[in-house]
Design a protein around this ligand. Structure first.
Ligand SMILES: [Zn+2]
Length: 255
């Protein structure tokens, strides 16, 4: 497939990036298309938009799966299109966007990564079409459902389903443990159980290789083990020590 896209369903594409091993999605209908997540800064967003143009000339709509910079700091490259997200995603981006920027830029500078300048100057362009629990978009005659299944990786994760393909955002992570920093470790297993109920075929995680129902079930089970470890004295540990430490801190501060 052209421009780095892999077709995982009928006119449903995934583009897996070297940067952060991030996945973006593309759904192509008759006369319109949908882009899932927009990368970390305006330059990456523009490169993604150009890659979309290698597949289809149709106008796009955008979905952000959640408020982390690597999924939405490229939004401005897709304007004036509508950008959909969960309502808490928009609020989180509003509340944490500059803080995210500061910590990412500091980390990139420490690594001598020239992307620091690009993240430092990325316009933060929040989603403006907001979803409560669910919405169905008509993408050129194709029904694309957006669902919020509960708190998990953040307070405002959306999953995107079209035909038998599910874009899970960072509720599912391949190649690294699920990121807990803004997560809800006690809610996440139940949210993944709901997500598992929607799986009909390929599941595109926010980062890493495309996975399947068995992978999602295994990640749900390990998240459930983590929740037990967090709440029951003597329960067996799950994931690595850093993930457990962050999860413990999150449980300590959450209502
Ligand atoms: Zn994330």
């Amino acid at each position: 497939m052209t421009a780095g896209w892999a077709e995982v369903g009928d006119r449903v594409f995934v583009r897996r990036h070297r940067e952060l091993d991030l996945n973006c999605g593309l759904v192509v209908g008759e006369g319109s298309c949908l882009v899932v997540d927009t990368r970390s800064h305006l330059g990456e967003g523009r490169a993604l938009a150009e890659a979309v143009r290698a597949v289809t000339p149709h106008p796009w709509t955008v979905v952000n799966t959640h408020a982390h910079y690597d999924h939405c700091f490229g939004n401005a490259a897709f304007r004036p299109a509508a950008i959909w997200a969960h309502r808490d995603c928009a609020a989180e981006l509003d509340g944490t966007g500059e803080h995210q920027r500061a910590s990412v830029v500091a980390a990139l500078l420490a690594d001598g990564d020239p992307a620091a300048e690009l993240v430092a100057t990325a316009p933060i362009d929040p989603p403006d079409h907001l979803v409560g629990s669910a919405a169905v978009l008509d993408v050129g005659g194709r029904a694309v459902s957006l669902s919020h299944l509960g708190r998990g990786h953040t307070g405002g994760d959306l999953v995107v389903a079209v035909d038998d393909v599910l874009f899970a955002g960072d509720l599912v992570e391949e190649g690294a443990p699920p990121a807990m920093d803004d997560g809800f470790p006690l809610d996440w297993p139940g949210t993944l159980t709901a997500l598992a109920g929607l799986v009909r075929g390929p599941v595109v995680p926010g980062h890493g290789a495309v996975v399947d129902a068995a992978f999602v079930a295994a990640q749900r089970d390990e998240l459930a083990r983590l929740a037990r470890w967090l709440t029951e004295p003597g329960a067996a540990p799950a994931f690595d020590e850093r993930t457990r430490t962050v999860a413990l801190a999150r449980v300590g501060v959450l209502p």
